[in-house]
Write a protein that binds this ligand. Sequence first.
Ligand code: SF4
Length: 259
Amino acid sequence: MLYDETKRVLEYVATLRNDAFQSDHAQLRFKRSYVTASEIAEQFYCEKSMELAKIYGKELTKEMEKGTQAHDNALKSSVPVTEEESFESIFSGSYVTMREIHLIGKYSDVVIRGKADLIVFDSKNPILIGDYKFKDRPNIYLNELVQTRIYCYLLSCMGFDLSKTRYAIIAPHTDLEDSARVRRLHDQILKQGIAGSKELSFNERMVKLFVKRFEMQEVQKDLDFALGYWLGQREAKPTKNPNKCKSCKFKDRCEFSLA
Ligand code: SF4
């Protein structure tokens, strides 16, 4: 017998998934019926490059491949569970850590989907949402914050209380090939994230940890901007930062290139 909360959330998820895959709901650009949190995040890096990647295709850079590998290594200690089992654990009220959980919600009648790296639940509600960004430089960017707070928003659509929720960008160096070290420090990272620490020392290297409280107004502002593009209300905006153009693979085809 499932908890009532599990039944409610599974029903909500099924309804929205149905909407997302119905062709008659394809009212967005590129004949899409939903957008993902990572696509919205890319809009906050350079919206024009996100659009050009949809037209010409996206290439994986070496840094992205390295990040994906490190990310997969960090997942190795996780135990796979079904969606139903994961919600049953959450609604048991225990302290549980979920990895790679699928999220879904709606804003301005647009379905948004996402997959959060890490969510810590306690007493049936999320207390920390974390996204791992393995990278060569420990900088945290706006697009990464946007992506993670969209995960928070999707959890609120799914009926969770976010009044005590923090979200975190966890940025270990990509050279941490021995990601077992990241896994060993996982609990420590979580404790510090929940307590609101901003930086976590990691022996001779650094894992940057940026933590923020979730605020609904911030994500609403992000989504109002991002969905304006997807709903065809405005054209894609190019970046004003020439450094982004210099390293952009579309710089020779983009009419707004500053490189
Ligand atoms: S060249 Fe610059 S403005 Fe154009 S897509 Fe690339 S980053 Fe954006």
